[in-house]
Design a protein around this ligand. Structure first.
Ligand code: NAI
Length: 787
């Protein structure tokens, strides 16, 4: 039995195989990616005089797949370099190399015969302890196992990723009766910790858990749509965020996934399930068959339920398909009172309750769709999930992006009331549900990893609370600072919480963790207040606010106890600056970090510009000691300048490290759910190791010559039309701060000197009408303005 997985082999370099290879490589594994040998040459290969026996031709499919990975959006790779860990090959010449693999995962076409044949050919080449798994969407795992010799079967199971595998959290793990339970728990723990997935154990039934429910949900939606006489845009308006589902709702999702893929899954399920009612529900309506015939499968075909066209004025417009006539028509503005109300309810349970009790068509439609899905989940729970309601809820949240799983939604509506309403409408509910008041024990679930929500459920653990921040006892004498409020915008509450925490930590705690629990860590400082003060020309107020933010961050840096910041998701502007001042950052792998202030015509002034200067110049002497002559600091400062002036946001934590936003001592945690626990562990480790705060920095500045180099770059960009005059003005301010203002080259300055330069630049830019216009535009539209 493998104790860890370092090398994996992925068989099948199609859509899923290649992206799974990208995920594994991003997580640090060496990956062999194999596909079939082509039986004909491309024109390009002919031109180059290659033959079918040339290795470049024989491994072409996997080689091209790796190239595609580098260009795909959203990126399946954490960094471009991760693709170098994928070795392309083919399923004939490279089978002997499977001996080196700790995990062999197949993702070839969805065809039982093909998969069985592949396992027969693979079996002689793998070591006995190797984990073997199939990424099938719904074929029987046990039937594939039959193709393997008995001694390999204990290591074989299903590992069903969701597309796109980097971004969708769900991994369904499907054991067969022969799978060794130790292998199941090893794969579960490996996928959770190393790949960052949310694992759900599913039974070996057609399409497993999430797709089985998702397909049924789609089918009942189509039926309800016909009953209610609604159009595709209306159904999407109801079945999106109003019901706690993603914005892409029903038909946008179908266009993204591909109608052919959905139809394949629906037919496959229909052919294999026993219940005639389920089979009936899964019969596809005639318009879908017709759309398939016409090839209108969605985005990949350029049209599906929606179609993007260029209007007369050259503007692109999105049309919706009329399912009666199969003609495209302009989209309707959908208005239902219940939907307008739902929009204002933040809590997903309360929102759903309000919607399904509304009497208008949207409310009744939502109810009927939900009702049928709930009844289905209850009826199928044992078969697909072995009676585990949490597995079903997680599968739908992690695989389909539902805010609440079906049983969580049911509980939010009231289990009994809902049963009464269902039965009154003639919908059958299994006995086990009729005996219940709840599906989960009351209170927050304590079985999960450390979280602010669970800690705060015990009021004695709340140390002090502000509207935008709360200090929470995380246990083991570690204090937590949770950022919350609208988008975790940073403002006075953060400053107040840090000030209070600084005194508190010294007296009673080993150290401090700063994180959040909303979808993103923080999108930066509270822009509304800055813009209002700027419009009122209240410079003292802005000066004061910036000073306080800078000083809070410097408090973190020099606090005599360890401070760990745990960012994830969007960590922009002030959010990044908080992280920059931690002793350690423990970041989630999905980290979109950047100093984006130039987008609103400002520069980072919470210590962000200062900190980039400190970090970059700190790299200089280290390099210098390895080289004979003196080393020029310019290239390092150039890097900092480029990152800030272009508002470069990392596409992952690994890329944040490349950009210099994370340091070598910072850590990356693959699974976001484990972040807070890992950050707390880091505080304890630093404390045990005898933490002392860092010594104050002395930073040698580049001076006017260094600034001239940066200004030349700005001038060139401006002349090439790649920067506006205002971009250039902001960039010159950044250059001024990064090179130390007007001091001569080599002068040693302290951090406060650079902070003062940052603040002056920030204040002067707040007074610029073009910067104010950028702020106002971003606040109004959510998009940056280039002026
Ligand atoms: P795909 O069509 O993109 O890739 C299939 C790959 O199999 C191709 O690279 C093809 O060259 C290779 N192949 C074809 N015939 C073969 C043979 N006889 N022997 C070996 N390899 C052969 O398909 P996709 O979407 O990547 O699906 C692969 C597997 O993943 C399927 O089992 C599918 O059900 C499953 N899956 C698909 C998802 C999706 O959203 N597309 C999601 C989750 C699972």
């Amino acid at each position: 039995m493998a104790t860890t997985i370092r090398r994996a082999a992925v068989l099948g370099a199609g859509l899923m195989g290649s992206q799974i290879a990208a995920l594994l490589a991003s997580c640090g594994l060496e990956v062999l990616l194999l596909d079939i040998v082509p039986d004909s040459l491309t024109p390009e290969e002919q031109r180059r005089g290659l033959t079918l026996s040339d290795p470049r031709v024989r491994s072409r499919l996997a080689t091209q797949a790796v190239e595609r990975l580098r260009r795909m959006k959203p990126p399946p790779l954490f960094t471009a370099e991760a693709a170098d860990r994928i070795t392309p090959g083919n399923l004939e010449d490279d089978l002997p190399r499977l001996r080196e693999a700790d995990w062999v995962l197949e993702a070839v076409v969805e065809d039982l015969g093909v998969k069985q044949d592949l396992w027969r050919r693979v079996a002689p080449h793998v070591q006995p302890g190797t984990v073997l798994s199939s990424n099938t969407s719904g074929l029987s795992i046990a039937a594939q196992a039959e193709a393997l010799p008995a001694e390999l079967r204990p290591h074989f199971l299903g590992t069903h990723f969701f597309n796109p595998p980097r971004y969708l959290k769900l991994l369904e793990v499907i054991p067969t009766p022969d799978t060794d339970p130790e292998v199941v728990s090893f794969v579960r723990s490996f996928a959770t910790r190393v790949l960052g997935k949310g694992v759900v154990i599913a039974r070996d039934t057609p399409n497993f858990i999430a797709n089985r429910i998702g397909t049924y949900g789609l089918a009942v939606t189509l039926r309800a749509m016909a009953r209610f006489g609604l159009g595709v845009d209306e159904v999407d308006a109801i079945t999106g965020p109003a019901m706690g589902r993603p914005k892409s709702a029903t038909f946008r999702t179908l266009d993204l996934v591909g109608l052919d893929v959905f139809a394949h899954v629906a037919r496959n399920t229909r052919a294999r399930v026993a219940d005639p009612a389920e089979r009936d529900a899964l019969e596809l309506p005639p318009y879908i068959e017709e759309m398939l015939r016409r090839g209108w499968t969605g985005d990949k075909a350029g049209q599906g339920f929606f179609k993007k066209v260029k209007g007369a004025s050259g503007e692109s417009e999105i049309l919706a398909l009329d399912l009666q006539t199969l003609e495209y028509r302009p989209r309707k503005k959908v208005r239902f009172a219940s939907l307008d109300q739902a929009r204002n309810v933040a809590d997903p349970g309360a929102r759903l309750r309000a919607l399904v009790s509304a009497g208008d068509p949207a409310g009744r439609f939502a109810w009927e769709v939900l009702r049928d899905v709930l009844a289905f989940c209850a009826a199928r729970l044992d078969e697909i999930a072995g009676g585990d309601v949490a597995a079903v809820d997680r599968a739908m949240r992690w695989g389909f992006g539902w805010e609440l799983g079906p049983f969580e939604a049911w509980e939010a509506l009231g289990v009994r009331e809902t049963v009464v309403r269902m039965e009154a409408e003639g919908v059958q509910v299994p006995d086990w549900v009729r005996e219940k008041d709840r599906f989960y024990p009351p209170g927050p679930r304590a079985d999960g990893p450390l979280s602010f929500t669970v800690q705060k459920a015990d009021p004695t653990r709340v140390v002090k609370a502000w509207p935008g921040a709360t200090l929470v006892d995380l246990g083991d004498e570690v204090l937590g600072l949770e950022l919350h409020g609208p988008k975790q915008a940073i403002g006075q509450d953060y400053v107040a919480a840090v000030r209070f925490a600084a005194g508190e930590v010294l007296r009673n705690w080993r150290g401090l963790v700063i994180s959040a629990e909303a979808p993103n860590f923080s999108v930066g400082a509270n822009l509304v207040l800055i813009l209002m003060a700027a419009q009122d020309e209240d410079w003292d107020e802005i000066d004061q606010a910036v000073r306080e933010f800078q000083s809070a961050n410097m408090t973190l840096r020099y606090l005599p106890r360890p401070v760990v910041v745990a960012p994830y998701g969007m960590t922009l502007g002030g959010g990044a600056e908080i992280a920059f001042h931690a002793d350690r950052v423990v970041a989630a792998a999905e980290l979109y970090m950047g100093l984006v202030e130039v987008g609103v015509g400002l520069i980072p002034a919470g210590g962000g510009t200062k900190e980039m200067a400190v970090r970059m110049t700190r790299q200089v002497p280290r390099v210098q000691s390895q080289l004979p002559g003196p080393v020029d600091a310019q290239p390092f400062v150039n890097r900092a300048f480029e990152a800030i002036a272009t508002a470069r946001v990392s596409g992952s934590a690994a890329e944040a490290a490349q950009l210099g936003y994370l340091r070598a001592t910072d850590r990356i945690v693959m699974n976001r759910d484990l972040l807070l626990a890992e950050a707390k562990a880091e505080v304890l480790a630093l404390d045990r190791a005898g933490y002392v705060p860092p010594a104050p920095e002395r930073i040698p500045v580049l001076g006017p010559d260094g600034r001239a180099v940066l200004e030349l770059g700005i001038y060139t960009l401006r002349n090439a039309g790649q920067a506006t005059e205002h971009d250039a003005k902001v960039a010159r301010k950044i250059a001024h701060v990064l090179t130390g203002g007007d001091l001569p080259a080599g002068t040693l300055v302290d951090e406060q000197y650079l902070l003062d330069l940052e603040r002056e630049a920030f204040l002067s830019l707040c007074g610029e009408p073009l910067s104010q216009a950028r702020m106002a535009h971003l606040l109004q539209t959510g998009r940056p303005l280039r002026n």
